[in-house]
Ligand binder design. Structure first.
Ligand code: NAI
Length: 329
């Protein structure tokens, strides 16, 4: 019996969480879920969107599965996701991107791993209104955070037999901040037998769209990593299938790349695949490799049977799709 925190956000969060918990239960993994809510509704009742009880639960259990949380745009509270990653020092955001069976995409054989720095850059939240017509955001890049994320990317490459790491920056323009990130990657690369390639973010985006198969592990600062993750999700069938994990030295939080999708919330339209694939990685992480494989196989067989949600061109709702996976376990 595992003790795992489930951080339940809003939007499609509750629907995809119900789906994934049902599949995990049916697979035979016994989990004592410590369910913790976060987000705007919680802010109304408890005063803050990310109460201490959520952080305490992750600290207790060391591991969490998380659904998306809506962040108010241009006003309101700071992103729960950014806060969580900072508070728990989940410095590495890991987003493997590869094709799923029978999911039609522009390219075959995409197999890219996005490693995004998770704690600083423009996400440090240091902003000020200089005067009514001018606002300022400060981009923080430190040597310490840049070296540790570079080390994470290279360690991942070694453990997973990847061939090279490409560091992505705009160091021609942000000479000091991105320059420091690039410099740190170059320094760490000297400790490994894996080559480091370098590319500027604008060219990287074009190359990803034209020929994604040329990339292996991508190493990026926070903001570019955020944007490129969505671009890579688009290469493999969209946000409904893109998995992710936030990893630190002490805790790990597994969550999909996508947001709370308020446009389809409560309509039985959400694709639970991204959260399910994140959960599969979580099971691998805790050593439940056989069960992880069993769930992944059932998902793949479901997709191969042409049972898909609307975002992948199918006609199945969240619940019917979930039941089809369970039947194939
Ligand atoms: P989004 O990822 O929620 O949605 C973008 C588009 O993809 C929408 O058309 C949506 O319907 C579709 N989509 C996303 N996930 C899907 C799924 N599982 N199945 C089917 N279709 C899916 O991005 P958006 O609209 O920019 O953000 C909505 C909210 O989510 C915002 O408040 C944002 O701040 C928040 N957000 C939260 C994240 C997190 O909790 N980790 C990550 C990204 C955004």
């Amino acid at each position: 019996m595992y003790n795992i925190t489930l951080i339940k956000g809003d939007g499609i969060g509750p629907e995809i969480a119900a789906s994934v918990l049902k599949i995990i239960e049916a697979s035979g993994v016994e989990v004592n879920w410590d369910i913790q809510t976060a987000g705007a509704d919680v802010a109304e009742t408890e005063g803050v969107p990310l109460p201490e009880r959520v952080l305490d639960s992750v600290k207790r259990n060391k591991i969490a599965l998380k659904t998306p949380v809506t962040t108010p745009i241009g006003k309101g509270f700071r992103s729960v996701n950014v806060q969580l990653r900072k508070e728990l020092d989940l410095y590495a955001n890991l987003r493997p991107c590869y094709n799923l069976p029978n999911v039609k995409t522009r390219y075959d054989d995409v197999d890219i791993v996005v490693v995004r720095e998770n704690t600083e850059d423009l996400y440090a939240g240091i902003e000020r209104q200089v005067n009514p017509d001018t606002a300022e955001s400060i981009k923080i890049i430190t040597r310490n955070a840049s070296e540790r994320i570079a080390k994470f990317a290279f360690d991942y490459a070694v453990k997973n037999n990847r061939k090279f790491v490409t560091v992505v920056t705009k160091a021609n323009i942000c000479k000091l901040s991105d320059g420091l990130f690039l410099d740190s990657a170059r320094k760490i690369a000297l400790e490994y037998n894996i080559p480091l390639k370098e590319i500027l973010i604008d060219n990287c985006c074009m190359q990803l769209v034209q020929n994604p198969n040329q990339f292996d592990v991508l190493l990026l600062p926070n903001l570019y990593g955020d944007i490129v993750s969505d671009l890579c999700a688009g290469l493999i069938g969209g946000l409904g299938v893109a998995q992710g994990a936030n990893i630190g030295n002490d805790y790990s939080v597994f969550e999909p790349v996508h947001g709370s999708a308020p446009d389809i919330a409560g309509q039985d339209k959400a694709n639970p695949t991204a959260l399910l694939m994140s959960a599969v990685e979580m099971l691998n992480y805790i050593g439940e490799k056989d069960k992880a494989k069993k769930i992944k196989n059932a998902l793949f067989k479901t997709l191969e049977s042409d049972i898909k949600t609307a975002d992948l061109g199918g006609k199945y709702g969240t619940i019917a799709f979930t039941n089809a996976i369970i039947e194939r376990l």
